[in-house]
Design a binder for this molecule. Structure first.
Ligand SMILES: O=C(O)C1=C[C@@H](OP(=O)(O)O)[C@@H](O)[C@H](O)C1
Ligand SMILES: C=C(OP(=O)(O)O)C(=O)O
Length: 429
């Protein structure tokens, strides 16, 4: 297994970086480009492994997708333009690809099989296959519909009224995409608000979707029209440098063009609560996906409690928030985050195991973790466990370590942030 020696004992981080495109919006731009009518262009698309898996699946479904100088062109011909794939649809490591794609395929009158990597093979799919079967799709999968491989033959869909058992934007989005193909109005009830990129993109592509508090309603049979999509930077990627800027001494970092959709900004709220020296310069307030610049400086942080409705708005940032908490004054408690157990890894276990190796005082709980602050981090051999966010969190942790740190399996990072190390090195110079 490959491993890299990480930079340790770093005295300061300084400079400006342009955060790469948002992963959630990049996936959706390809999907909406494919199901809309006409030529959609996408700029600042994230060329991470997960989004490349989405492109590859849609090509196998017969959609022409071209890339030139970082700009994508997607030639959509509506849902009807998709055709039966002759090969397996391989989603790689991407939960977003497989779950949203199932929503699209549920309404298509042909057969397809979805596969992914080892990590995808452990992630629960019943949360999507069950409601899609209720709508009329024929779906079978390993262990009674629970795990990949998944075989789908789409059907004539009937709308449902469905209360989501978990707060998940992936499940919500799969049902919206199926609902667009159903005969009537689909109603979805969320237990807590989750990222709303799918809803925003339906409107951007000329469609309609209603939202009343936590109830979402969408009519089937709408015709979507191709658009020019510009993807803002990914706040979940920016989070690693926000934390790094706050905890590495004498730092001052500017992060340009970061997506600021309010269903994604829980990390900013936590930084504020912890007392971070953070400045936000809002720019594209009125666009479908608002964005702006963030300036973070070394901060004197205080521990906090993170629980309840804020959790879905920072779910992917919890590994890096845990690291930040090891450097705060006092204790930080994270609750109601059991969804972390079904991500690329069990992120409660992998965060605790790897940070303990570096000397942090952190404990796992049934639904989160307890982190004691003011830890001096040492060194050792750590592993990403094949999880991009664990790999990046450990690379930021290493900056504070006074011993040597070796990271096993660093290549996982290219799932969401292929140029992560070049951005980090630029700030260290
Ligand atoms: O819809 C999306 O783009 C995502 C939703 C979240 O997953 P869940 O829907 O499983 O919470 C998040 O963790 C994932 O990184 C991306
Ligand atoms: C959970 C993640 O992604 P996905 O569910 O798409 O694999 C993530 O990016 O942290």
């Amino acid at each position: 297994m490959e491993s890299v020696k990480l930079k340790t004992n770093v005295n300061r981080l300084n400079g400006k970086i342009e955060i790469p495109g948002d992963k959630s919006i990049s996936h959706r731009s390809v999907m909406f480009g494919a199901i809309a009518h006409g030529e959609t262009t996408v700029t600042n698309f994230l060329p991470g492994e997960d989004c490349l898996s989405t492109i590859s699946c849609f090509r196998k479904l017969g959609v022409r997708i071209e890339e030139e100088n970082g700009k994508l062109r997607i030639y959509g011909a509506g849902f009807e333009g998709l055709s039966e794939p002759s090969e397996l649809l391989d989603v790689g490591n991407s939960g977003t690809t497989i779950r949203l794609l199932m929503g699209i395929l549920a309404g298509r009158p042909f057969f397809s099989t979805l596969v992914g990597d080892q990590s995808i093979g452990k992630r629960p799919m019943t949360r999507v296959t069950d409601p899609l079967k209720q709508m009329g799709a024929a779906i079978d999968a390993r262990q009674n519909g629970a795990y990949t491989p998944i075989a789908i033959r789409g059907g004539n869909l009937t709308p449902i009224h469905y209360q989501l058992p978990v707060a998940s934007a992936q499940v919500k989005s799969a049902l919206i995409l199926a609902g667009l193909q159903a005969d009537g109005k689909t109603t979805i009830l969320e237990p807590a608000e989750t990222r709303d990129h799918t809803e925003r993109m339906i409107r951007q592509f000329g469609g309609e979707i209603e939202k009343d508090n936590r109830v979402i309603m969408v009519e089937g049979g709408q015709k979507l029209t191709a658009q020019a999509v510009h993807v803002p930077g990914d706040i979940s990627s920016a989070a690693f440098f926000l934390a790094a800027g706050a905890i590495v001494p004498e730092s001052n970092i500017t992060l340009k063009n970061v997506g600021l959709n309010p269903t994604r900004t829980g990390m900013i709220e936590v930084l504020r609560r912890m007392g971070a020296n953070l400045e936000l310069i809002q720019k594209n307030k009125d666009s479908y996906e608002p964005s702006g610049d963030l300036v973070i400086k070394t901060s004197n942080l205080t521990g906090t409690v993170i629980e309840g409705d804020i959790i879905p708005t920072l779910i992917d940032e919890i590994p890096i928030i845990a690291l930040m908490a090891t450097q705060a004054n006092g204790t930080t408690v994270i609750k109601n985050a059991e969804e972390l157990k079904v991500k690329e890894t069990n992120r409660i276990d992998t965060v605790v195991e790897e940070l303990q190796k570096l000397g942090a005082a952190i404990e796992a709980t049934a639904d989160g973790m307890i982190i004691h602050g003011n830890s001096r981090l040492t060194g050792g051999t750590v592993s990403s466990h094949g999880d991009h966010r664990i790999g990046m969190m450990l690379a930021i942790a290493a900056l504070l370590c006074d011993g040597e740190v070796l990271l096993e399996n660093p290549e996982a990072i290219s799932v969401s942030y292929p140029n992560f190390f070049s951005h980090l090195n630029k700030l260290i110079q």
